[in-house]
Design a protein around this ligand. Structure first.
Ligand code: IMP
Length: 430
């Protein structure tokens, strides 16, 4: 399938890194189209575990080109150090990585502004990753941002960045009463990082359009998840980019019709980092058990993730939004050994049954999930090679999820290793 997309259909952290890594062995290009180093995509190879933040998850495959598209926001110092640390671990990424000249740049003042905005909001904070994502996308929309292409000419970079820092420091100092950033140090650091990135910078849109026309295999790697989408997620508790499939065209320069098949990655339960509504959250020993068994700690910030039951209402909504063709279900092993397992199949508001995820946040006040209960199954999934070998409880759970979400579940991940994935033969044909 020449142009294939992969998106998260929950709140991020669905296990997309493993899935992209798996599919990347057959891909010519793996392309990030949104977000920045707020993402943390974990890929495991043998005993080696890599957490990729900006470098696409095709990094470990020697014949795969990795492309950071124009929709991504790039912290140049972070990217330069991610490249260096991959190379220090024997992954020669430099010759297999390209960065769009149009991608917007994150600078230290963006991170400071992110932190100050959060502090200013107090109890109403979003719980951002603190990577400067929101302020950078704001500058992009305000048409004041600098882009990767601006790193290539020292005089131009110096003039643009000095002017921008003067304005941003005035905001930091006068509005927030916070110390501004050192302009000369920031300019020098950006220039040095730009020197590492310069050989990788190109018009990735033109390159990808040609690659698609030549029949190359392109894998579009979503970041975060549908419920964090700027338009369609639980606004304002969202990230600042289009995380659904709608974001891939603007974020790569490929036409919307290029996408031929879309995989939605869903975890077998739910998790969320940061603030915002989460109707199936379990603030109790069940949530704690899921967190421990699923190692649910942020791969970017290390924060403990909020955990709860699978929310089929939001996953159904997310799959419809993106046009998901099939679901890869992850971390089913984590639920092994629970006596009973629950899935929210609808919501209830003032005695009314809701099947759709509400468009407006205050509507969520007083809303309750309607749960379906399942008998648990023994903790043996990691030893199963086929779906038929799964205990009956696990099979029933998967079949019911597929039914309520309305999308076939074609692969099920039962552990972190590359080979711990089970095919559901024939499921995609439904
Ligand atoms: P920001 O993207 O740093 O602005 O954070 C906005 C919200 O998105 C916060 O709730 C973050 O915790 C969440 N978020 C951002 N990136 C990720 C991710 O990769 N996984 C899970 N949550 C994320």
């Amino acid at each position: 399938m020449p142009v294939l997309g992969v998106v998260g259909v929950q709140w991020g952290d669905e296990g997309k890194g493993k899935i992209i890594d798996l599919l990347a062995s057959g891909a010519d290009y793996v392309v990030r189209f949104a977000g920045g180093n707020n993402a943390g995509h974990t890929v495991v190879s043998g005993t080696d575990r890599f957490v990729l933040h900006l470098v696409p998850s095709g990094a470990l495959h020697e014949r795969t080109m990795n492309v950071i598209g124009n929709g991504v926001v790039v912290d140049p110092e972070h990217l330069a150090s991610e490249i260096q640390s991959l190379e220090a671990r024997g992954v020669s990424i430099r010759k297999r990585l390209l960065v769009s000249a149009r991608a917007h740049l994150i600078f230290p003042f963006h991170r400071e502004l992110d932190a100050m905005a959060e502090r200013w909001k107090g109890a109403g904070r979003l719980g951002t990753t603190g990577r400067g994502i929101g302020p950078t996308y704001s500058d992009k929309a305000a048409r004041t941002g600098l882009r990767v292409g601006d790193l290539l000419d020292r005089d131009h970079l110096t003039a643009r960045l000095r002017a921008t820092i003067t304005e941003k420091n005035a905001i930091l100092e006068k509005v927030y009463g916070h110390r501004g950033v050192d302009a000369e140090a920031a300019i020098e650091a950006a220039w040095q990082a730009g020197q590492t990135l310069a050989p990788l910078v190109c018009d990735t849109g033109a390159l990808l359009r040609k690659a698609a026309a030549d029949g190359k295999t392109l894998l579009l790697e979503g970041a975060q998840g549908a419920m964090l989408d700027l338009d369609h997620g639980t606004y304002p508790y969202v990230t600042s980019s289009s995380t659904c499939s709608g974001g891939f065209a603007t974020g790569t320069g490929l036409p919307p019709r290029a996408l031929q098949r879309l995989i939605g990655v869903a975890k077998s339960y739910s998790s969320r980092v940061g603030e915002g509504p989460f109707l199936t959250e379990q603030i109790n020993e069940i949530g704690e058990l899921i967190r421990v068994r699923g190692r649910e700690y942020g791969s970017t910030t290390g924060r403990p993730r909020r955990c709860g039951w699978f929310d089929a209402v939001s996953v159904r909504y997310a799959c419809a939004l993106s046009g998901v063709d099939e679901i890869f279900l992850t971390s089913l092993d984590v639920l092994g050994g629970f006596e009973r397992v629950f899935v929210a199949t609808a919501y209830e508001l003032q005695g009314r049954r809701l099947e759709e995820f509400p468009a407006h946040l205050p509507t969520l006040d007083g809303i309750k999930p309607i749960y379906e209960e399942f008998a648990g199954w023994p903790d043996v999934l990691r030893t199963c090679k086929t779906f038929e070998q799964f205990p009956e409880g696990a099979r029933r759970y998967v079949e019911r999820l597929e039914q309520v979400v309305g999308v076939p579940i074609t692969k099920i991940s039962v552990g972190p290793e590359r080979n711990e994935i089970v095919d559901r033969v024939g499921a995609g044909a439904k």
